[in-house]
Design a protein around this ligand. Structure first.
Ligand SMILES: C[S@@+](CC[C@H](N)C(=O)[O-])C[C@H]1O[C@@H](n2cnc3c(N)ncnc32)[C@H](O)[C@@H]1O
Length: 570
């Protein structure tokens, strides 16, 4: 079979003459190759030159069936993210669909004047368009109410009430008495948003915010600069407890969670802020000063330093430059290598300025058609984690906290306890982090199938895991490709979906595969809790749940839930 062919629908993909050892329909144990036939330049959204339609009259060399491009439409990182159509041969119907999609893509490309080989860029660097909504009722913005602050809620704010109306209050802590100033809402709003602008009675976890740009009306990046590190983790734990109860009907005990949110990255001296953010997205004000967006706003809070930015980012000196003519700047400092990448979006009609930074860095540009261009240096950074070097191209997905990949891989492997010869799925696999770790454990008698919708991430994953013949990476949406594989059982599953989670249909499908264990890596506790309820419907229960503080100073955190068939737990 051709190297990059997807699994055959029988699920038996062993090399001719070789016994795979897989049950019928199980992820088989062939010598899958992760090697792409030919590496191609693509952007972080995954469009390759070949996946874009040819310009009229252009002749392209004939493509091997396994390399037939999927669809012309680009993937989107995160919840939006999937390409259209599986890569590779899906039979005549699939090929026709693919060609039809290309035709559509061609029309769209013609409309947009897109060049062949040009690649799309993610939403993240696109200037946001203001949404114009006409609110009903009289505006209450600026009104001040004295309130007693109630529990923390999902999203980084606390809940309070004033004359029966719910307020979501930022910069507050449970149990405090504060003056809350309304930032959003009218007399008819279901709830109001507010900032605690004055603290009348503070909680014991309250501290002076170390960052001068944090606070009411300022930078929207950190939610909890005013809270001790231990207090932040308690808040995150309270949010997880509440989401589990509300959306999964589970107590911490039932979820097999000890109630802690584990600190990551070692203890710092009191008052010091962890510099963990290896990827920063800066916004640029009209006057060229750089900063970060205010909370729920397109306004820029100018900054001269971000305390949570990793040293490798801070050292670039981005904040001390004039960025006139630029709309957005993204900076990446890899962990375990000295690679740095800065991705710039010039304002419409403006040329890329001469970029002089304090450290050597690769530069890329995003043009008005959202196309990604390498300006100089590499189009990728090399990250080091889980005993491997990982190529991550064009600002594609990689965990932001430098300790996150190792922490999550360790939690997944500890929870799944992969055995030699087992088969595994790595869903939403990005550049292959968990697939690589699983492949080492299941060995050459085992097999790992990774599924990822971002085409560039797939190329990176295939490159990163090229030495592992027991890994295969496929490019498509999980929900589209998985049912088409014909795989009816597997031993292990890792899923690491975007914030929106996996959803009912995907979870139902996963439950039908009769995996011995499932590891669910989740960055949103609400999506996790909802999906745990779906897993329960499918007969799976958590046997362990861990939460990690991988986003200090913000309300975000990461969870790893390990699930087993409920029957096994009796
Ligand atoms: C949270 S990241 C996890 C990546 C990887 N597991 C890691 O730790 O580096 C989620 C990944 O899912 C991809 N993705 C988003 N929606 C998808 C979908 N419907 N099907 C497959 N992949 C998807 C994104 O492109 C992204 O790479």
């Amino acid at each position: 079979m051709t190297r990059n062919n997807p699994p055959r629908s029988s699920g038996r993909q062993g090399r001719p003459g070789r016994t795979s050892g897989a049950k019928p329909g199980q992820v088989a144990h062939p010598r899958w190759s992760s090697r792409p036939s030919r590496p191609e330049a693509t952007d972080r959204e995954g469009n390759t030159a070949r996946s874009l339609p040819p310009v009229p009259g252009e002749q392209r060399p004939a493509e091997r069936p396994a390399e037939r491009p999927a669809a012309a439409k680009g993937d989107r990182r995160g919840a939006q993210g999937g390409g259209k159509g599986a890569q590779g041969a899906q039979g005549a119907k699939g090929a026709q669909g693919s060609r039809a999609a290309q035709g559509e893509g061609q029309k769209k490309a013609d409309r947009q004047g897109r060049r062949p080989g040009a690649v799309r860029t993610p939403k993240v660097l696109r200037p946001a368009k203001p949404v114009l909504r006409q609110p009903s009722g009289d505006p209450l913005v600026g009104e001040r109410y004295e309130v007693e602050v109630g529990p923390v809620a999902h999203g980084g704010h606390c809940v309070a009430r004033h004359e029966g109306r719910v307020l979501f209050v930022r910069h507050a802590l449970p149990g405090e008495r504060v003056i809350a100033q309304v930032t959003d809402g009218t007399t008819t709003s279901r709830f109001l948003r507010a900032d605690a602008v004055e603290v009348l009675e503070g909680a014991k976890e309250r501290i002076e915010a170390p960052c001068p740009f944090s606070g009411p009306g300022k930078c929207g990046g950190c939610d909890w600069q005013h809270v001790t590190p231990g207090g932040q983790r308690k808040l995150k734990g309270a949010v997880l407890t509440e989401q589990l109860a509300k959306l999964a009907g589970l107590t911490p005990e039932e979820a097999r969670w000890d109630g802690s949110v584990e600190p990551v990255g070692g203890k710092l001296p009191a008052g010091e802020v962890p510099a963990w953010r290896t990827r920063m997205q800066y916004a640029v004000a009209e006057d060229g000063s750089i900063g970060l967006r205010k909370h729920r706003s397109h306004e820029v809070q100018p900054i001269d330093r971000c305390l949570i930015a990793a040293d490798g980012v801070t050292e670039l000196g981005i904040e001390s430059r004039d960025w006139t003519g630029v709309a957005a700047v993204e900076a990446i400092a890899a962990s375990g290598s000295s690679d740095r990448q800065v991705i710039l979006r010039p304002r419409p009609g403006e040329q890329l300025p001469l970029v002089e930074l304090d450290r050597e860095t690769s530069i890329a540009r995003i043009d008005e058609q959202d196309l990604f261009h390498r300006v100089h240096g590499r189009a990728f950074v090399r990250e080091r984690a889980a005993d491997r070097t990982w190529r991550v191209s064009n600002g594609g997905f990689w965990q932001i906290h430098p300790a996150a990949p190792d922490t999550l891989v360790d939690a997944v492997l500890t929870g799944l306890d992969p055995q030699w010869g087992e088969s595994a799925l790595d869903l939403y696999c990005g550049v292959g982090l968990f697939a690589g770790a699983l492949a080492d454990r299941v060995g050459e008698e085992g097999a790992v199938l990774g599924i990822e919708s971002g085409k560039q991430a797939v190329l990176d994953a295939r490159h990163n895991l090229a030495a592992l013949e027991n890994v295969r990476i496929e490019c498509d949406k999980v929900e589209t490709l998985l049912p088409r594989t014909g795989i009816t059982s597997t031993d292990l599953i890792v899923l690491d979906p975007p914030r929106a989670g996996a959803g009912r249909d995907t979870v139902a499908h996963l439950c039908s595969l009769e995996a011995r264990r499932i590891a669910y890596v989740a960055c949103d506790p609400a999506a996790l809790a909802r999906d745990l309820a779906f897993f329960r419907e499918g007969g799976y229960r958590p046997v362990s749940l861990r939460a990690f503080d991988l986003f200090p100073m913000t309300h975000h955190f990461e969870c790893v839930a390990i699930l087993e068939p409920a029957a096994e737990q009796q």
